[in-house]
Design a protein around this ligand. Structure first.
Ligand SMILES: [Zn+2]
Ligand SMILES: [Zn+2]
Length: 89
């Protein structure tokens, strides 16, 4: 049973919104990660839903297959909006 170490480059994916629960909404037949149940069984990060359109984003990529949005960019934009000091409270 291999446990992911904090030094692993993909370790951060275990946190935040990344989970190993297969998401039927983002399943794609052509995607080898979606099609391989071992990814979920081993607790590896799976493909996730695009923040812009809810489409498929392969976990080894950051660009949505459906609309081409870069998830990293969207993530940074969201974090920038959530950052303290910029809220309009
Ligand atoms: Zn996939
Ligand atoms: Zn998208």
């Amino acid at each position: 049973m291999a446990k992911m170490k904090p030094s692993d480059p993909a370790y951060w994916m275990l946190f935040d919104e990344f989970t190993s629960t297969p998401n039927p909404d983002v399943y794609r037949d052509y995607c080898y990660i979606c099609r391989d149940p071992e990814y979920a069984q081993m607790g590896l990060p799976l493909c996730y839903a695009c923040e812009a359109c809810g489409g498929h984003v392969a976990v080894d990529d950051s660009v949505c297959d459906d609309c081409g949005a870069d998830q990293q960019e969207l993530w940074y934009q969201r974090k920038a909006k959530e950052a303290p000091g910029t809220s309009d409270k």
